[in-house]
Design a protein around this ligand. Structure first.
Ligand code: NAD
Length: 358
């Protein structure tokens, strides 16, 4: 039976890389019933909203969506597409694999990491009070009444908010991913030595959840030490799970280690649905020119196949993509040693080569 998937091509290079991904995924033999929906500027122009209700309803109905990048309109008052989708669908887990591919210029050659970032809590929950406001004054007064440490009257405040349930579901997500994808180690990343209650809770819950997965090794690292170890001995690590802010930073660190935007897939996953997307933006200057690198979108498609339980097809897509990049012949300009190389192929031809290598 075909999988019902909401397909959101997005803006800029989105439609081209999404089309490349669609053709590669279909070439695996897995069947899809694509439900095309507008998102981003294109949706703004056609439907008057960057994130139309019909698009959210479609993902809610299908439970799985895959998108191209969207352009963020300049000016105020636009609802953020990614934050809007995340909140509307309660997508609490951000999944960012970072793997080095032979043929991609990168400073590391032995990285194969999965970063699992909590998406909805922490300092990113949006509970903030501006300096000098009456609201901030009331919050400061209430805290100072109960705290030995006193906050200055004119402080700006951001609340770090972490719940037991938020910790449990993200750590469980990391272990379930490890189990399904035959990963050996889960590392919880935190700063529990300083933030004893919030990060302490995260660590405590992670230790509890780890006991439910005896076949998977578990350890924890303090976030600053984790950064140093990642650049010194990344091969010692496997699946990393962490609260929102550390995840935001470490996932970009890991993407940088593997050669950056063009090859980094991603996903936002929750109990009610999942939305898959590459981490790069819409690269407007290359829109419609058939030059954009489709790798990140295609690997994002492979991540979706894994989510659907189609592990064999996912591995075939990843291996074929790796083989085409390693050969270095049918690749886009950015994967050639010299960016002006006249032998660089277009987005569609690179997808053709990956399909042939499946
Ligand atoms: P960008 O990722 O679009 O571009 C950064 C650089 O990388 C540019 O030089 C671009 O040409 C290049 N690039 C990116 N993807 C590429 C690909 N697949 N192949 C070849 N080259 C590629 O980031 P930006 O320029 O900061 O943002 C452009 C627009 O994208 C903005 O409107 C931004 O808000 C949006 N954006 C969207 C997302 C998303 O939808 N998830 C993420 C980041 C940025």
């Amino acid at each position: 039976m075909a999988y019902n998937v909401t397909l959101m091509p997005g803006d800029g290079i989105g439609p081209e890389v999404v089309e490349a991904m669609r053709r590669v995924l279909e070439a695996t033999g897995i069947e899809f019933a694509w439900d095309y929906q507008d998102l981003g500027m294109v949706a703004q122009e056609k439907q008057g909203s960057t994130l139309p209700d019909a698009t959210i309803a479609s993902v809610r109905r299908n439970k799985v969506g895959i998108k191209g990048p969207t352009t963020t309109p300049v000016g105020t008052g636009f609802r953020s597409v990614n934050v809007g989708l995340r909140q509307a669908l309660n997508l609490y887990a951000n999944l960012r694999p970072a793997k080095t591919y032979k043929g991609v210029r990168a400073n590391f050659d032995n990285v194969d990491l999965i970063v699992v970032r909590e998406n909805l809590e922490d300092t990113y929950a949006g509970v903030e009070f501006d300096t000098g406001t009456p609201e901030a004054g009331r919050v400061i007064k209430a805290i100072n009444a109960d705290s030995a440490k006193q906050i200055a009257d004119d402080a700006a405040i951001t609340i770090k908010m972490i719940t037991p349930e938020g910790c449990r579901r993200i750590v469980k997500f990391a272990f379930e991913y490890a189990r399904q994808n035959k990963r050996k180690l889960v590392t919880a990343v935190h700063k529990a030595n300083i933030m004893k209650y919030t990060d302490g809770l995260f660590l405590h819950v992670a230790q509890e959840v780890a006991q439910e997965y005896p076949e998977i090794e578990f350890n924890d690292r303090i976030v600053d030490n984790m950064c140093m170890q990642l650049v010194q001995k990344p091969d010692l690590y496997d699946v990393l799970v962490m609260p929102n802010l550390y995840g935001d930073i470490l996932s970009d660190l890991c993407s940088g280690m593997i050669g950056g935007l063009g090859v980094a897939p991603g996903a936002n996953i929750g109990a009610d649905g999942a939305v898959f997307e590459p981490i790069h933006g819409s690269a407007p200057k290359y829109a419609g020119q058939n030059v954009a690198n489709p790798t990140a979108e295609i690997l994002t498609g492979a991540l979706m196949l894994r989510h659907l339980g189609e592990i064999d097809a996912a591995e075939r897509v990843e291996a074929a993509t790796a083989a085409v990049i390693a050969e270095g012949k049918d690749v886009t300009y950015d994967l050639k040693p010299n960016r002006d190389d006249p032998t660089a192929v277009g987005t569609d031809k690179m997808a053709d080569a990956i399909i042939k290598a499946l």
